[in-house]
Design a protein. Structure first.
Length: 427
């Protein structure tokens, strides 16, 4: 991927120059921006692109999309556009292999996550068969961003359209999970779903059922509001593709899905909090139960505007954000060097760099942006890379030294602030 790296380096140069005099040094920005390109990409035998997440030799639909998202700004370069389209082709191929899987092997080598025994057994191409609604949304989101930048729909060949129809049909099925064959059992693990692997009881809401969260942890309640909001945006792009490809049947299926999800969120996904007012729940079951929290993994409630799902000044979002950044969110932590959102997926009271980026990009003020940037650039423990999570009282204690998704989110955030002339300057 030498040519891609050279192009990205050249196009990044003005951003490095613009960051001079700010608190972001060029080595940090360049290293994080090129992390995906230089450390995670492997061409496949059929001309696709396989993108590992970093220290795990598997490709996640979610991570791979987010890892290349910050390159879309340079998609007017043929080399960059080609890389994105090759990833989209590989994602379509893998979705057609198993749309319920969240992560895959580069070949049918039979490698699986941590050598657990799962039921049903995943296929040889599948690393892990955790059905996560957001995993199906992320490739559509990457494609939509690429299309918005280039107006190029050449990636939407027959295999891609097959994957798009598969996603649509799966989402329709999972609006009534009782009609689904999906189940997940894992020996000796809390990942096993309730009710013999089928998940706990839910009511019909019009929303799309999910088994697992973006963290790969199982949902406590199976209608994740953040993922259903993400699905609205992603399915909107799918409907556009079907329209451009003259597939009226599936365009209408998408539009019907969107209406059901939207109505379900409004009816079941918004609660009246006694302190924060009308805000989004994290998960619900459609039976009157809610989980009130947020997790650092994207999509998250905090990151909704970052993904273009809502405006950061939207009242319900503002109320939700205030909750997320308070002690009432059980995964909001404060320490000597940082304060922010963590996850039940990582050690207790560890904060995620990704969540600090989300807060920085939805900040109320220049002072808040600068505070978040200070935390980001002072907690990488001298590695010049972002991590999955870290101890806010001792940033030298962290998880995942090689986690390209976090690097990409940081690089994208800084480049976006430069483009908007909002990067805090050095004082």
């Amino acid at each position: 991927m030498k040519q891609l790296s050279e192009v990205l380096n050249r196009r990044l140069a003005p951003y490095i120059d613009a960051a001079k005099g700010s608190k972001v040094d060029g080595e940090l920005l360049r290293g994080c921006f090129l992390s995906t390109c230089d450390t995670t990409l492997t061409p496949t035998e059929n001309g696709g692109l396989f993108v590992i997440t970093g220290d795990i030799p598997a490709m996640w639909l979610r991570d791979s999309s987010a890892q290349l998202l910050h390159y879309v700004r340079f998609a007017d370069e043929e080399t960059v556009a080609d890389a994105i389209k090759r990833l989209l082709a590989t994602q379509a191929e893998l979705i057609n292999v198993d749309p319920y899987a969240n992560s895959f092997n580069i070949t049918a080598n039979g490698n699986h996550s941590k050598h657990y025994v799962d039921t049903p057994a995943p296929g040889d191409r599948v690393w892990e068969r955790k059905y996560e609604l957001d995993s199906l949304c992320w490739p559509l989101y990457l494609a939509s961003r690429y299309y918005e930048k280039t107006s190029d729909l050449s990636f939407a060949n027959d295999d891609y359209l097959k994957a798009l129809r598969t996603i649509t049909d799966l989402c329709i099925t999972e609006t009534r999970h009782e009609n689904s064959d999906y189940m997940f059992l894992r020996s000796g693990s809390s990942d096993t779903l309730d009710a013999g692997g089928h998940g706990g009881p839910v009511g019909y809401t019009g929303m799309i059922w999910s088994a697992f969260r973006p963290s790969d942890d199982r949902c406590k309640l199976h209608y994740p509001i953040y993922s259903n909001l993400f699905a609205l945006k992603s399915l909107g792009f799918a409907a556009k593709v079907f329209e451009l490809k003259d597939d009226e049947e599936y365009r209408q299926k998408c539009l019907d899905l969107i209406k059901g999800v939207k109505d379900g969120i409004e009816k079941y996904g918004i609660i009246d909090h006694p302190r924060f007012g009308r805000m989004y729940a994290y998960e619900t079951d459609g039976l009157g139960n809610f989980v009130l929290m947020d997790d650092a993994n994207m999509p998250s409630l905090l990151a909704l505007p970052v993904l273009g799902i809502c405006d950061k000044d939207d009242e319900i979002y503002r109320n939700t954000r205030a909750f997320v950044l308070s002690r009432e969110n059980p995964y909001y932590y404060e320490g000597r060097y940082a304060k922010g959102v963590g996850s039940p997926h990582t050690p207790e009271e560890y904060i995620w760099h990704m969540a600090l980026c989300a807060r920085m990009m939805t900040a109320d003020s220049a002072a808040e942006r600068e505070e978040m940037l200070d935390m980001l650039i002072s907690t990488h423990a001298g590695t010049k890379r972002m991590h999955e999570s870290f101890d806010p009282n001792d940033p030298s204690r962290f998880t995942r030294a090689w986690f390209a998704w976090a690097d990409s989110v940081f690089a994208d955030s800084v480049c976006t602030l430069i483009e908007q002339n909002l990067l805090p300057s050095q004082r």
